[in-house]
Design a protein around this ligand. Structure first.
Ligand code: BG6
Length: 466
Protein backbone atom coordinates (compact mmCIF):
# COMPACT_ATOMS: atom_id res chain seq x y z
CA UNK A 1 0.00 0.00 0.00
CA UNK A 2 1.28 3.47 -0.88
CA UNK A 3 1.59 5.97 1.97
CA UNK A 4 -0.40 8.57 0.03
CA UNK A 5 -3.46 6.33 0.24
CA UNK A 6 -3.20 5.63 3.99
CA UNK A 7 -6.02 7.23 5.90
CA UNK A 8 -5.38 9.56 8.89
CA UNK A 9 -3.16 7.93 11.48
CA UNK A 10 -2.41 8.68 15.12
CA UNK A 11 0.91 7.49 16.60
CA UNK A 12 0.73 6.87 20.32
CA UNK A 13 4.21 6.49 21.82
CA UNK A 14 4.45 4.98 25.30
CA UNK A 15 7.71 6.12 26.90
CA UNK A 16 7.99 9.13 24.61
CA UNK A 17 10.61 10.88 26.76
CA UNK A 18 12.82 7.77 27.05
CA UNK A 19 16.11 7.08 25.35
CA UNK A 20 14.80 4.97 22.47
CA UNK A 21 12.20 7.53 21.60
CA UNK A 22 14.67 10.43 21.77
CA UNK A 23 17.47 8.69 19.92
CA UNK A 24 15.57 6.82 17.26
CA UNK A 25 11.80 7.22 17.05
CA UNK A 26 11.31 10.95 17.05
CA UNK A 27 14.20 11.48 14.60
CA UNK A 28 12.78 8.73 12.36
CA UNK A 29 9.30 10.28 12.42
CA UNK A 30 10.54 13.73 11.47
CA UNK A 31 12.76 12.23 8.74
CA UNK A 32 9.75 10.42 7.27
CA UNK A 33 7.76 13.64 7.52
CA UNK A 34 10.49 15.49 5.59
CA UNK A 35 10.41 12.82 2.87
CA UNK A 36 6.62 12.99 2.65
CA UNK A 37 6.40 9.41 3.86
CA UNK A 38 3.89 9.88 6.66
CA UNK A 39 0.16 9.79 6.02
CA UNK A 40 -1.06 13.23 4.91
CA UNK A 41 -3.10 13.58 8.08
CA UNK A 42 -1.34 12.35 11.21
CA UNK A 43 -1.07 13.08 14.92
CA UNK A 44 1.54 12.14 17.49
CA UNK A 45 0.39 11.53 21.04
CA UNK A 46 3.22 11.11 23.54
CA UNK A 47 2.67 9.29 26.81
CA UNK A 48 5.06 9.41 29.75
CA UNK A 49 5.19 10.08 33.48
CA UNK A 50 6.66 13.61 33.22
CA UNK A 51 4.34 16.58 33.74
CA UNK A 52 4.42 18.45 30.43
CA UNK A 53 1.91 20.92 29.09
CA UNK A 54 1.21 20.58 25.37
CA UNK A 55 3.58 23.50 24.75
CA UNK A 56 6.34 22.05 26.90
CA UNK A 57 6.02 18.73 25.12
CA UNK A 58 6.37 20.39 21.75
CA UNK A 59 9.43 22.23 23.02
CA UNK A 60 10.86 18.88 24.19
CA UNK A 61 10.29 17.45 20.71
CA UNK A 62 11.84 20.48 19.07
CA UNK A 63 14.96 20.26 21.21
CA UNK A 64 15.23 16.49 20.73
CA UNK A 65 15.17 16.90 16.96
CA UNK A 66 17.68 19.76 16.99
CA UNK A 67 19.99 17.78 19.29
CA UNK A 68 20.13 14.98 16.69
CA UNK A 69 21.65 17.30 14.06
CA UNK A 70 20.74 20.14 11.79
CA UNK A 71 19.16 18.23 8.95
CA UNK A 72 15.81 20.00 9.24
CA UNK A 73 14.96 23.67 9.01
CA UNK A 74 13.38 25.24 12.04
CA UNK A 75 10.29 25.87 9.93
CA UNK A 76 9.94 22.18 9.12
CA UNK A 77 10.42 21.11 12.75
CA UNK A 78 7.81 23.65 13.84
CA UNK A 79 5.31 22.29 11.31
CA UNK A 80 6.04 18.74 12.45
CA UNK A 81 5.57 19.40 16.15
CA UNK A 82 2.23 21.10 15.52
CA UNK A 83 0.90 17.55 15.11
CA UNK A 84 1.97 16.59 18.64
CA UNK A 85 -0.05 16.17 21.83
CA UNK A 86 0.74 14.84 25.27
CA UNK A 87 -0.83 12.60 27.91
CA UNK A 88 0.67 12.15 31.33
CA UNK A 89 0.58 9.02 33.47
CA UNK A 90 2.34 5.84 34.52
CA UNK A 91 2.09 2.60 32.59
CA UNK A 92 0.34 0.78 35.44
CA UNK A 93 -2.27 3.46 36.07
CA UNK A 94 -5.66 2.38 34.77
CA UNK A 95 -7.10 5.89 34.60
CA UNK A 96 -4.25 7.07 32.41
CA UNK A 97 -5.59 4.89 29.60
CA UNK A 98 -9.01 6.44 29.96
CA UNK A 99 -7.34 9.82 29.51
CA UNK A 100 -5.55 8.55 26.39
CA UNK A 101 -8.83 7.20 25.01
CA UNK A 102 -10.52 10.56 25.63
CA UNK A 103 -7.64 12.44 24.01
CA UNK A 104 -7.75 10.20 20.93
CA UNK A 105 -11.52 10.45 20.64
CA UNK A 106 -11.38 14.22 20.91
CA UNK A 107 -8.62 14.50 18.26
CA UNK A 108 -10.61 12.27 15.92
CA UNK A 109 -13.78 14.26 16.46
CA UNK A 110 -12.52 17.82 16.56
CA UNK A 111 -9.33 17.90 14.49
CA UNK A 112 -9.17 14.91 12.17
CA UNK A 113 -12.95 14.71 11.83
CA UNK A 114 -12.96 10.98 11.26
CA UNK A 115 -11.88 7.81 12.99
CA UNK A 116 -8.09 7.66 12.55
CA UNK A 117 -5.85 4.58 12.48
CA UNK A 118 -4.10 4.03 15.81
CA UNK A 119 -0.53 2.85 16.06
CA UNK A 120 0.63 2.11 19.61
CA UNK A 121 4.40 2.06 20.02
CA UNK A 122 5.76 0.49 23.21
CA UNK A 123 9.13 2.24 23.65
CA UNK A 124 9.32 1.03 27.24
CA UNK A 125 11.28 -1.55 29.25
CA UNK A 126 9.80 -5.03 28.67
CA UNK A 127 8.62 -5.34 32.29
CA UNK A 128 5.80 -2.92 31.42
CA UNK A 129 4.51 -4.80 28.37
CA UNK A 130 2.03 -6.92 30.32
CA UNK A 131 0.48 -3.93 32.12
CA UNK A 132 0.24 -1.88 28.94
CA UNK A 133 -1.37 -4.70 26.95
CA UNK A 134 -3.95 -5.29 29.68
CA UNK A 135 -4.84 -1.64 30.08
CA UNK A 136 -5.00 -1.07 26.33
CA UNK A 137 -7.60 -3.79 26.21
CA UNK A 138 -9.62 -2.89 29.28
CA UNK A 139 -9.86 0.77 28.26
CA UNK A 140 -11.24 -0.23 24.86
CA UNK A 141 -8.26 1.33 23.06
CA UNK A 142 -7.60 -1.84 21.09
CA UNK A 143 -11.01 -1.72 19.45
CA UNK A 144 -10.82 0.02 16.08
CA UNK A 145 -13.20 2.98 16.04
CA UNK A 146 -14.39 2.59 12.47
CA UNK A 147 -14.91 -0.15 9.87
CA UNK A 148 -12.01 -1.00 7.56
CA UNK A 149 -10.31 2.35 7.84
CA UNK A 150 -9.62 2.79 11.50
CA UNK A 151 -7.12 0.00 12.06
CA UNK A 152 -5.26 -0.52 15.33
CA UNK A 153 -1.70 -1.83 15.40
CA UNK A 154 0.84 -2.34 18.13
CA UNK A 155 4.61 -2.10 17.78
CA UNK A 156 6.64 -3.93 20.40
CA UNK A 157 10.38 -3.63 20.94
CA UNK A 158 12.65 -6.56 21.68
CA UNK A 159 13.51 -8.36 23.89
CA UNK A 160 10.16 -10.03 23.78
CA UNK A 161 10.11 -11.80 27.13
CA UNK A 162 13.18 -12.76 29.14
CA UNK A 163 13.05 -16.47 28.42
CA UNK A 164 10.86 -18.95 26.57
CA UNK A 165 8.26 -19.10 29.30
CA UNK A 166 7.78 -15.35 29.71
CA UNK A 167 7.76 -14.89 25.93
CA UNK A 168 5.01 -17.51 25.63
CA UNK A 169 3.02 -15.84 28.39
CA UNK A 170 3.31 -12.47 26.67
CA UNK A 171 2.31 -13.99 23.35
CA UNK A 172 -0.74 -15.54 24.96
CA UNK A 173 -1.76 -12.23 26.44
CA UNK A 174 -1.12 -10.35 23.24
CA UNK A 175 -2.98 -12.82 21.08
CA UNK A 176 -6.15 -12.45 23.14
CA UNK A 177 -6.07 -8.69 22.48
CA UNK A 178 -4.83 -8.45 18.91
CA UNK A 179 -4.86 -10.44 15.70
CA UNK A 180 -1.42 -11.47 14.41
CA UNK A 181 -1.80 -8.92 11.54
CA UNK A 182 -1.99 -6.16 14.15
CA UNK A 183 1.19 -7.11 16.01
CA UNK A 184 4.53 -5.77 14.82
CA UNK A 185 7.44 -7.26 16.80
CA UNK A 186 10.41 -5.09 16.05
CA UNK A 187 13.89 -6.33 15.33
CA UNK A 188 15.45 -3.27 13.81
CA UNK A 189 18.32 -5.30 12.35
CA UNK A 190 15.85 -6.81 9.88
CA UNK A 191 15.02 -3.27 8.81
CA UNK A 192 18.62 -2.28 8.11
CA UNK A 193 19.15 -1.73 4.39
CA UNK A 194 22.20 -3.99 4.29
CA UNK A 195 20.39 -6.83 6.04
CA UNK A 196 17.55 -6.59 3.53
CA UNK A 197 20.12 -6.81 0.80
CA UNK A 198 21.12 -10.32 1.89
CA UNK A 199 17.98 -11.83 0.37
CA UNK A 200 18.27 -9.75 -2.79
CA UNK A 201 21.92 -10.77 -3.15
CA UNK A 202 21.27 -14.45 -2.54
CA UNK A 203 18.16 -14.99 -4.56
CA UNK A 204 18.72 -12.66 -7.50
CA UNK A 205 22.21 -13.82 -8.43
CA UNK A 206 22.77 -17.32 -9.80
CA UNK A 207 26.46 -16.95 -8.92
CA UNK A 208 26.28 -17.98 -5.28
CA UNK A 209 23.10 -19.93 -4.63
CA UNK A 210 24.43 -23.22 -6.12
CA UNK A 211 27.36 -23.00 -3.67
CA UNK A 212 25.22 -21.99 -0.70
CA UNK A 213 25.40 -25.12 1.43
CA UNK A 214 27.67 -27.43 3.39
CA UNK A 215 29.08 -28.70 0.09
CA UNK A 216 31.01 -25.50 -0.50
CA UNK A 217 30.76 -23.46 2.70
CA UNK A 218 33.17 -24.18 5.52
CA UNK A 219 31.86 -21.82 8.19
CA UNK A 220 29.91 -18.62 8.75
CA UNK A 221 30.79 -15.93 11.28
CA UNK A 222 28.37 -13.29 12.49
CA UNK A 223 29.79 -10.48 14.60
CA UNK A 224 28.07 -7.63 16.35
CA UNK A 225 30.84 -5.72 18.09
CA UNK A 226 30.49 -2.37 19.79
CA UNK A 227 33.32 -0.22 21.07
CA UNK A 228 31.14 1.47 23.63
CA UNK A 229 29.74 0.10 26.89
CA UNK A 230 26.16 0.14 28.09
CA UNK A 231 25.87 3.92 27.73
CA UNK A 232 23.97 4.57 30.94
CA UNK A 233 21.41 1.82 30.23
CA UNK A 234 22.15 -0.12 33.42
CA UNK A 235 18.50 -0.28 34.47
CA UNK A 236 17.60 -2.06 31.25
CA UNK A 237 20.80 -4.01 30.63
CA UNK A 238 21.73 -5.52 33.98
CA UNK A 239 20.04 -8.89 34.30
CA UNK A 240 19.32 -8.91 30.54
CA UNK A 241 22.83 -9.26 29.12
CA UNK A 242 24.27 -9.52 25.64
CA UNK A 243 22.65 -12.82 24.66
CA UNK A 244 19.11 -11.59 25.30
CA UNK A 245 19.85 -8.03 24.18
CA UNK A 246 21.31 -8.73 20.74
CA UNK A 247 21.75 -12.52 20.44
CA UNK A 248 18.20 -13.83 20.71
CA UNK A 249 17.11 -11.30 18.10
CA UNK A 250 19.58 -9.33 15.92
CA UNK A 251 22.23 -12.03 15.52
CA UNK A 252 19.77 -14.89 15.04
CA UNK A 253 17.77 -12.87 12.51
CA UNK A 254 20.94 -12.19 10.51
CA UNK A 255 21.66 -15.91 10.65
CA UNK A 256 18.14 -16.69 9.44
CA UNK A 257 18.57 -14.39 6.41
CA UNK A 258 21.79 -16.12 5.41
CA UNK A 259 20.53 -19.66 6.02
CA UNK A 260 16.88 -19.59 4.92
CA UNK A 261 15.46 -21.26 1.83
CA UNK A 262 14.17 -19.27 -1.12
CA UNK A 263 10.68 -17.98 -0.22
CA UNK A 264 10.02 -17.78 -3.99
CA UNK A 265 7.96 -14.61 -3.61
CA UNK A 266 8.26 -11.27 -1.86
CA UNK A 267 5.54 -12.25 0.51
CA UNK A 268 5.61 -11.53 4.25
CA UNK A 269 4.07 -14.83 5.33
CA UNK A 270 6.40 -16.92 3.15
CA UNK A 271 9.53 -15.02 4.17
CA UNK A 272 8.65 -15.19 7.86
CA UNK A 273 7.91 -18.88 7.53
CA UNK A 274 11.32 -19.60 6.00
CA UNK A 275 13.12 -17.53 8.65
CA UNK A 276 11.29 -19.33 11.42
CA UNK A 277 12.12 -22.75 9.94
CA UNK A 278 15.81 -21.94 10.15
CA UNK A 279 15.50 -20.73 13.73
CA UNK A 280 13.62 -23.89 14.66
CA UNK A 281 16.45 -26.06 13.33
CA UNK A 282 19.16 -24.36 15.36
CA UNK A 283 21.20 -26.32 17.85
CA UNK A 284 24.57 -26.02 19.48
CA UNK A 285 27.33 -27.26 17.24
CA UNK A 286 28.04 -30.99 17.55
CA UNK A 287 31.72 -30.36 17.43
CA UNK A 288 31.43 -27.73 20.15
CA UNK A 289 34.07 -27.75 22.81
CA UNK A 290 34.01 -25.79 26.07
CA UNK A 291 35.46 -22.89 24.14
CA UNK A 292 32.25 -22.72 22.12
CA UNK A 293 30.20 -21.12 24.87
CA UNK A 294 32.21 -18.20 26.09
CA UNK A 295 30.65 -15.46 28.11
CA UNK A 296 32.38 -12.40 29.45
CA UNK A 297 31.91 -9.13 31.25
CA UNK A 298 33.98 -6.05 30.52
CA UNK A 299 36.24 -4.72 33.25
CA UNK A 300 34.47 -1.87 35.00
CA UNK A 301 30.95 -3.03 34.14
CA UNK A 302 30.05 -3.45 37.81
CA UNK A 303 30.91 0.20 38.41
CA UNK A 304 28.37 1.39 35.85
CA UNK A 305 25.34 3.21 37.18
CA UNK A 306 22.38 0.96 38.11
CA UNK A 307 24.48 -2.21 37.80
CA UNK A 308 24.68 -4.60 40.76
CA UNK A 309 28.12 -4.71 42.38
CA UNK A 310 28.11 -8.50 42.11
CA UNK A 311 26.42 -8.62 38.71
CA UNK A 312 26.88 -11.82 36.71
CA UNK A 313 25.41 -10.29 33.55
CA UNK A 314 27.42 -10.98 30.40
CA UNK A 315 28.36 -8.14 28.07
CA UNK A 316 30.01 -10.52 25.60
CA UNK A 317 29.30 -13.96 24.21
CA UNK A 318 30.63 -16.29 21.60
CA UNK A 319 28.77 -19.43 20.68
CA UNK A 320 28.98 -21.95 17.89
CA UNK A 321 25.67 -23.00 16.45
CA UNK A 322 24.59 -25.42 13.78
CA UNK A 323 21.59 -25.29 11.48
CA UNK A 324 20.41 -28.85 11.60
CA UNK A 325 19.04 -29.38 8.12
CA UNK A 326 20.24 -30.97 4.91
CA UNK A 327 21.66 -27.79 3.49
CA UNK A 328 23.70 -26.76 6.49
CA UNK A 329 24.44 -29.83 8.62
CA UNK A 330 28.06 -29.77 9.82
CA UNK A 331 28.72 -26.08 9.11
CA UNK A 332 29.67 -24.12 12.23
CA UNK A 333 28.04 -20.72 12.71
CA UNK A 334 30.22 -18.66 14.99
CA UNK A 335 28.10 -16.01 16.66
CA UNK A 336 29.83 -13.29 18.63
CA UNK A 337 28.66 -10.06 20.22
CA UNK A 338 30.08 -7.74 22.80
CA UNK A 339 30.28 -4.28 24.25
CA UNK A 340 33.66 -2.53 24.77
CA UNK A 341 35.20 -4.42 21.90
CA UNK A 342 38.20 -3.15 19.93
CA UNK A 343 35.98 -1.80 17.15
CA UNK A 344 32.34 -1.24 16.25
CA UNK A 345 31.19 -3.48 13.42
CA UNK A 346 28.30 -5.69 12.47
CA UNK A 347 29.22 -8.09 9.72
CA UNK A 348 28.64 -11.55 8.36
CA UNK A 349 31.48 -13.51 6.81
CA UNK A 350 30.88 -16.60 4.73
CA UNK A 351 34.03 -18.73 4.36
CA UNK A 352 34.02 -21.03 1.34
CA UNK A 353 35.92 -24.30 1.30
CA UNK A 354 39.26 -24.45 -0.44
CA UNK A 355 39.41 -25.90 -3.95
CA UNK A 356 40.45 -29.53 -4.02
CA UNK A 357 43.58 -28.78 -5.99
CA UNK A 358 45.61 -25.64 -6.31
CA UNK A 359 47.66 -24.22 -9.12
CA UNK A 360 50.11 -22.90 -6.58
CA UNK A 361 53.86 -22.77 -6.92
CA UNK A 362 55.52 -26.03 -5.81
CA UNK A 363 55.71 -26.30 -2.04
CA UNK A 364 53.34 -23.37 -1.42
CA UNK A 365 50.70 -23.88 1.22
CA UNK A 366 47.15 -24.16 -0.09
CA UNK A 367 45.25 -21.72 2.08
CA UNK A 368 43.26 -20.18 -0.72
CA UNK A 369 39.78 -19.59 0.46
CA UNK A 370 37.06 -17.25 -0.82
CA UNK A 371 35.35 -15.10 1.77
CA UNK A 372 32.13 -13.23 1.18
CA UNK A 373 31.46 -10.39 3.61
CA UNK A 374 28.18 -8.58 4.22
CA UNK A 375 29.08 -5.38 6.07
CA UNK A 376 25.88 -4.47 7.86
CA UNK A 377 27.56 -1.40 9.40
CA UNK A 378 29.63 0.75 9.31
CA UNK A 379 31.00 1.06 5.73
CA UNK A 380 27.90 -0.71 4.51
CA UNK A 381 28.58 -3.00 1.58
CA UNK A 382 29.41 -6.44 0.27
CA UNK A 383 32.84 -7.76 -0.67
CA UNK A 384 34.33 -10.96 -1.99
CA UNK A 385 37.90 -12.05 -1.51
CA UNK A 386 39.25 -14.11 -4.39
CA UNK A 387 42.68 -15.26 -5.51
CA UNK A 388 44.57 -14.02 -8.53
CA UNK A 389 48.01 -14.55 -9.96
CA UNK A 390 50.50 -11.93 -8.90
CA UNK A 391 51.24 -9.71 -11.88
CA UNK A 392 54.56 -10.38 -13.62
CA UNK A 393 56.72 -13.47 -13.92
CA UNK A 394 55.69 -15.01 -10.61
CA UNK A 395 53.23 -17.88 -10.38
CA UNK A 396 52.32 -16.96 -6.82
CA UNK A 397 48.74 -16.13 -5.90
CA UNK A 398 47.55 -13.11 -3.97
CA UNK A 399 44.17 -12.13 -2.54
CA UNK A 400 42.10 -9.48 -4.30
CA UNK A 401 38.77 -8.00 -3.35
CA UNK A 402 35.64 -7.35 -5.38
CA UNK A 403 33.65 -4.83 -3.50
CA UNK A 404 30.37 -2.94 -3.43
CA UNK A 405 30.29 0.05 -1.08
CA UNK A 406 27.16 2.07 -0.58
CA UNK A 407 29.41 5.09 -0.01
CA UNK A 408 31.03 4.91 -3.43
CA UNK A 409 27.73 5.25 -5.20
CA UNK A 410 26.57 8.04 -2.90
CA UNK A 411 23.75 5.75 -1.96
CA UNK A 412 24.58 6.11 1.70
CA UNK A 413 22.81 9.45 1.90
CA UNK A 414 19.66 7.78 0.72
CA UNK A 415 19.80 4.89 3.16
CA UNK A 416 16.78 5.12 5.40
CA UNK A 417 17.42 4.57 9.07
CA UNK A 418 16.13 1.20 10.31
CA UNK A 419 13.52 2.93 12.49
CA UNK A 420 12.17 4.90 9.53
CA UNK A 421 11.69 1.59 7.79
CA UNK A 422 10.05 0.03 10.86
CA UNK A 423 7.50 2.85 11.10
CA UNK A 424 6.96 3.10 7.36
CA UNK A 425 6.25 -0.63 7.01
CA UNK A 426 3.97 -0.70 10.03
CA UNK A 427 1.92 2.17 8.60
CA UNK A 428 1.65 0.24 5.32
CA UNK A 429 0.80 -2.97 7.16
CA UNK A 430 3.77 -4.91 5.76
CA UNK A 431 5.07 -7.43 8.32
CA UNK A 432 7.99 -8.81 6.30
CA UNK A 433 10.66 -7.12 8.42
CA UNK A 434 9.02 -7.97 11.74
CA UNK A 435 9.42 -11.17 13.74
CA UNK A 436 6.52 -13.60 13.85
CA UNK A 437 5.45 -15.39 17.00
CA UNK A 438 7.01 -18.60 15.60
CA UNK A 439 10.36 -16.86 15.08
CA UNK A 440 10.40 -15.38 18.57
CA UNK A 441 9.58 -18.73 20.13
CA UNK A 442 12.10 -20.69 18.05
CA UNK A 443 14.85 -18.17 18.87
CA UNK A 444 14.07 -18.44 22.59
CA UNK A 445 14.16 -22.25 22.44
CA UNK A 446 17.68 -22.13 21.07
CA UNK A 447 18.80 -19.43 23.49
CA UNK A 448 17.50 -21.49 26.41
CA UNK A 449 19.89 -24.31 25.44
CA UNK A 450 22.78 -21.86 25.61
CA UNK A 451 21.69 -20.50 28.97
CA UNK A 452 21.53 -24.06 30.23
CA UNK A 453 25.14 -24.67 29.12
CA UNK A 454 26.21 -21.40 30.70
CA UNK A 455 25.21 -22.57 34.15
CA UNK A 456 28.57 -24.37 34.25
CA UNK A 457 30.58 -21.70 32.47
CA UNK A 458 32.69 -19.15 34.29
CA UNK A 459 32.12 -15.49 33.44
CA UNK A 460 35.45 -14.15 32.27
CA UNK A 461 36.47 -10.55 32.66
CA UNK A 462 37.84 -8.81 29.56
CA UNK A 463 39.42 -5.54 28.73
CA UNK A 464 38.79 -4.73 25.06
CA UNK A 465 41.16 -7.37 23.70
CA UNK A 466 39.05 -10.40 24.32
C1 BG6 B 1 19.73 -2.66 20.53
C2 BG6 B 1 20.43 -3.10 21.79
O1 BG6 B 1 18.65 -3.50 20.23
O2 BG6 B 1 20.65 -2.71 19.45
C3 BG6 B 1 21.66 -2.26 22.04
O3 BG6 B 1 19.53 -2.97 22.88
C4 BG6 B 1 22.57 -2.25 20.83
O4 BG6 B 1 22.37 -2.72 23.18
C5 BG6 B 1 21.76 -1.86 19.60
O5 BG6 B 1 23.62 -1.33 21.06
C6 BG6 B 1 22.58 -1.96 18.33
O6 BG6 B 1 21.82 -1.39 17.30
P1 BG6 B 1 22.49 -0.46 16.23
O7 BG6 B 1 21.41 -0.17 15.24
O8 BG6 B 1 22.96 0.77 16.95
O9 BG6 B 1 23.62 -1.25 15.68
Amino acid sequence: MEIATVSPTTFVIFGVTGDLSKQRLIPALVDLYAKDLLPKEFRLVGFSRGAYTAEEFRKFLYETIVAKGHKHSSDRITRFIEHAHYCQGTFEEKDAYIRIAEKLASLDEKEIKQCSNKLFYLAVPPIYYGAIFDHLASSGLTIPCGGVDGWTRVLVEKPFGKDLETAQELEKRLSTLFQEEQIFRIDHYLAKETAQNILAFRFSNILFEPLWSNKCIEKVEINLHEQFGIQGRGVFYDGVGALRDVGQNHILQMLALVAMEDPKELNAALIRRERSRVLASLKLSQSATQDSFRRGQYAGYRDEEHVAKDSETETYFRIIAEVDNERWRGVPWVLEAGKKMPETKAEIQVYFKKTETCLCPPGAEHHHQNVLTFRIQPNEGISITFWAKKPGFSTELEPQVLSFNYKDSLLEQQLPDAYERVLYDCIRGDQTLFASTEEVEAAWRFVMTIMEQWKNEPLMEYDRNI
